[in-house]
Design a protein around this ligand. Structure first.
Ligand code: COA
Ligand code: AMP
Length: 630
């Protein structure tokens, strides 16, 4: 079956399509129902089916004779360690850790926060939670203590797993002081923390509360997989919304396993035994879906890389890993290739490595800018460069060129066509559907396919309000774009206050909260502006309080430090400019889109609701003088 038929089938008979896909994973009780609605009116998949995601990821492969196949390769230029684990070893290790967690009181439905670096223990911790039916919530290691505290407060975990440190190039980042600080800031306190002591740093332990990871490993009672209903939650993953408070995206067990397993074959063209690599972090959705769950569900070998594209040790690092492990499908954010391109513009380091096993190059996380696309096409000649578009909320692609079904023509700047299950439309502000080449809001018609989130943790109203209230019956992606005359989708960027910095999703509201707390700042706007390396970077525009007399460079330095301490270095907040006024609507809303487009040199429309039209030219002159215009 070609792409067009497969896609059509998924829309005309979603139940039949996905119940067939559901047969490709093991169930304790196979689902009889595809789609139905829960008591909140939300669409749910496979209710009544019983499974365990850890069984699907690990035990089934041992039961099916793949126990000796390598499941995980840990490659860490950060520490000089390479370690391989078979499916049998990973299953036993995970069962012991699950047993240890159970002894600490963790059971079905309990939340467990995981704040860990890119080490195998993180993957094992996630799967151990899944094994028990506990709900994991992984927090990216680059977030500062207050961000971690907010997530602890919201998820109310019984236990938090962490490690003594992370490694950023030559810098060792002690995690335990950040964790202790976060627990102090949160009104919710976990019963225990479990700490992996890495050789680089010894974490100070608190008697009675903190447990060494090796104690869990020594558990005499390994835990079996618990049978869960398909609609029970597997994990919560916090992502940035338009306000400062992150949203806890809740993922079901059943739909997730079916969708990800399907995607490994249909999108990434991977079969059991193939080597697949997603160079991301387990703290992001890409890491959840395609370092941990997807490749393991499908019986592939997955790679956990604790390093960077450059300086670990050089810009040939990715080519080395691809060659050493004979990777078939590789997935990474374009920003990583821009980092390589900057250091090795002619891609000379690649010549040392044999990339003959690489069949597909996938990119996502931000727009694949045409220069990076052409650079990749030139240097990976013969390997299709496949842009695909997705979000934390969906867990897997909304649009992709489905290499495992039918490889279509690629077009620079487009992630190709919608994936089966996604009925995609372009709407104007009034909800009128737009035609070819007309840019608008990208929306998805309900019901959405399996794998997509079912609610926001503890706040179903926010789920409805954020995603389904603007166009009832349609999911608002928050991205803008258009389709060409052949239906190819072009995703042009966020139309809300979310920004994308080096593939990291951030909310300008979250940054504004920090900046506005400075005693000299009366009001501020943070906008994401184009950056040649990071895609976007935040820029702060500040109004000072009357009578404040502070050196602007000194103020900027203080704000940079505040953002690093309260959000994290990953925000890449480096510039703040003082202005006399900010453009606002009559109701007081700051016109961030106008500011962003003005700075990026794009066309902008000043809305008729603007409070004082004269301010637009005034602020433009100020921004020119501050040398922030591109
Ligand atoms: N823990 C602590 N600090 C971290 C961190 C972590 N896990 N990750 C990044 N940081 C720090 C960096 O060290 C850097 O600090 P500095 O300002 O003191 O130099 C800062 O945060 C900015 O990081 P980043 O913008 O990520 O730059 P980088 O040079 O560290 O890495 C890339 C560049 C391209 C490797 C990285 O941005 C990347 O992997 N991006 C893709 C993200 C991704 O996979 N997204 C998912 C969608 S596919
Ligand atoms: P995240 O939830 O962190 O994965 O970020 C999702 C956002 O990243 C999307 O809403 C888009 O704005 C952006 N994004 C992800 N993939 C792509 C892509 N292939 N093209 C354009 N934007 C993308």
């Amino acid at each position: 079956m070609g792409y067009a038929q497969e896609y059509q089938h998924s829309l005309t008979d979603p139940d039949g399509f996905w119940l067939t896909q559901a047969q490709n994973i093991p169930w304790y009780e196979p689902p009889k129902v595809g789609l139905d609605q829960d008591e909140n009116g939300a669409w749910r998949w496979f209710r009544g089916g019983k499974l365990n995601s850890c069984y699907v990821a690990l035990d089934q492969h041992v039961a099916n004779g793949r126990g000796d196949q390598v499941a995980l390769i840990y490659d860490s230029p950060a520490t000089g360690v390479v370690q391989k684990y078979t499916y049998a070893q990973l299953t036993q290790w995970t069962a012991r850790i699950a047993g240890g967690l159970r002894e600490l009181g963790v059971g079905k439905g309990d939340r467990v926060v995981i704040y860990m670096p890119m080490v195998p223990e993180t993957l094992v911790a996630m799967l151990a939670c899944a094994r028990l039916g506990a709900v994991h919530s992984v927090v990216f290691g680059g977030f500062a203590a207050p961000e971690l505290a907010g997530r602890i407060e919201d998820a109310t975990p019984k236990v938090i797993l962490s490690a003594s440190c992370g490694i950023e190039f030559e810098r060792i980042i002690p995690y335990k002081p950040l964790l202790d600080e976060a627990i102090k800031l949160s009104s919710h306190k976990p019963l225990h923390t479990v700490i992996v002591q890495r050789p680089q740093v010894a974490a100070a332990m608190q008697d009675g509360r903190d447990v060494d990871w090796t104690e869990l490993e020594a558990s005499k009672n390994p835990a079996d997989c618990v049978a869960l209903d398909a609609t029970e939650p597997l994990y919560i993953l916090y992502t940035s919304g338009t306000t400062g408070k992150p949203k806890g995206v809740v993922r079901d067990n059943g739909g997730h396993a079916v969708a990800l397993n399907y995607s490994m074959r249909a999108i990434y063209a991977c079969e059991p035994g193939d080597v697949y690599w997603a160079a991301s972090d387990m703290g992001w959705v890409v890491g959840h879906s395609y370092i941990v769950y997807g490749p393991l569900f499908a019986g592939c070998t997955t790679i956990l890389y604790e390093g960077k594209p450059v300086r670990t040790p050089d810009a040939g690092a990715f080519w080395r890993v691809l060659s050493d492990y004979k990777v078939k499908s590789f997935f990474v954010a374009p920003t990583a290739f821009r980092a390589i391109k900057k250091e090795d513009p002619d891609c000379l380091l690649k010549a040392q490595y044999d990339l003959s096993n690489l069949k597909y190059q996938f990119v996502a996380g931000e727009r694949l800018d045409p220069p990076t696309y052409h650079w990749l096409q030139k240097h990976l000649a013969g390997v299709p460069i496949i842009d695909h578009w997705w979000q934390t909320e969906t867990a897997w692609s909304i649009c992709a060129n489905m290499a495992g079904i039918e490889l279509l023509e690629t077009r620079p700047g487009s992630p190709t066509l919608p994936v089966p299950g996604y009925d995609l439309r372009i709407f104007d502000d009034d909800g009128t559907e737009l035609g070819p080449n007309q840019e608008g809001s990208i929306v998805l018609k309900e019901p959405l396919p399996p794998g997509v989130f079912s609610t926001i943790w503890g706040d179903h109203d926010r789920f409805i309000e954020s995603y389904f209230s603007q166009y009832p019956g349609f999911y608002l992606t928050g991205d803008g774009g258009y389709r060409d005359e052949d239906g190819y989708v072009y995703v042009m960027g966020r139309i809300d206050d979310v920004i994308n910095v080096a593939g990291h999703r951030l909310s300008t509201g979250q940054l504004e909260e920090v900046v506005a707390a400075h005693p000299a700042v009366a009001e501020c706007a943070v906008v994401g502006i184009n950056d040649v390396d990071k895609g976007q970077v935040p820029l702060g525009l500040l109004l000072l309080k009357d009578g404040v007399n502070i050196d602007h460079q000194e103020l900027q330095a203080q704000l940079v430090q505040m953002v690093r301490d309260q959000v994290g270095a990953i925000a890449n907040f480096k510039r703040a400019v003082v202005v006399i006024r900010l453009p606002k609507t009559r109701s007081g809303k700051i016109l961030r889109q106008v500011l962003r487009k003005m700075i990026d040199g794009q066309d902008y429309v000043v809305p008729s609701t603007i409070d004082d039209p004269a301010i637009v030219d005034e602020i433009k002159a100020e921004l020119v003088q501050a040398q922030v215009m591109s």
